[in-house]
Design a protein around this ligand. Sequence first.
Ligand SMILES: Nc1ncnc2c1ncn2[C@@H]1O[C@H](COP(=O)(O)OP(=O)(O)OP(=O)(O)O)[C@@H](O)[C@H]1O
Length: 368
Amino acid sequence: MEHEHGSTCSICGLVPLARGLRRADRVIARSAAMQELLKRAARFAPSEAPVMVRGETGTGKEVIARTLHANGPRAGKPFVAVNVAALPAELLESELFGHGKGAFTGAAASRRGLFEEANEGTLFLDEIGEMALPLQAKLLRALQDGEVRRVGENRSFAVDARIVCATHRDLASRVAAGQFREDLYFRLKVLTLNVPPLRERPEDVLPLALQFLGEEKRPLTGFTEAAKARLLAHSWPGNVRELQNAVKHGAALAQGALVDRDDLPEDLESSDRTPSAARGQDDADALQAADGRGAVREGTTLDRGGPSEHELRSLAEVEREHILRVLDACGGSQAEAARVLGIARNTLWRKLRGFAETEAGGTQGARS
Ligand SMILES: Nc1ncnc2c1ncn2[C@@H]1O[C@H](COP(=O)(O)OP(=O)(O)OP(=O)(O)O)[C@@H](O)[C@H]1O
């Protein structure tokens, strides 16, 4: 079953995230791992306790933080996000806590900080592990006292912001190394959510890619089978953000209604040679999918009196095409496709990797 938060979710019970939010904020979670994560998030959402979201860069930690906020009692109040790593310590301090008039050169008027802006809402502290130790002490004090003091002022303001933080680092080892305060660490990690890397949830790759494609201005309808195989074979070290950028790249270069393998960034694979016959196949698929009718292949020698290309195709090619079609029909879910094909998921995964490797090696599509 599709598990997107464009409508009320029967799997994890979260209310629609899409209401009032950009379409990009919809959470795609086809994999069991993400569905489990959302179930856990749904249990945390009504709580006031701080949440620490852990995961590699680009996995969707902020998306999860927004989901928590949008599904909790503070939903109608502000969600204020700050990237701790993006600002030098002094600037971050005045951003977080605000400053009084004349607190420093250029402070012509007093200004409230993000803590105050997030009052009654959620303050999302991204990359919390990068916070300098002196500021960690100030943050801890603000959390303990429930009030903040603007830089250069003596009075304090009561603040009530739910704290959600995120880190791609192993904070426990930073604590052990004396780089992160232990008391702050335990205060922030009352509840924890771990967002799995994209390579551990390949079922999410194609649904995410289609979602991102739908956000493009150009009217593109999907990906060729070769493009899908390539998306599925990549390990995505930059996770969902890397996939998002790859889709943008593909959408910009696409010539037909479908994004083809060669439209995707070259660095998705080390070797990138597509035999023309394979490319012709993809074009045919693209045309067929675009207009719903049969299509003439370009660059191939059909109807010349000899056996047709279909008759010359090897068993391996037919198998590949069938597997990719089933995968497509199952909306990219490898678990479902493996069930339909009657093979183990691992077997399917190995075969998909094999297709991509063969293509990268330039042998796919070769005719004997
Ligand atoms: N499950 C998902 N469904 C839909 N879009 C997603 C999902 N996960 C991530 N994205 C999109 O991918 C991009 C990166 O996500 P996000 O910024 O939440 O990652 P992050 O882990 O917070 O990154 P960083 O570590 O760099 O702070 C965003 O544009 C986000 O909308």
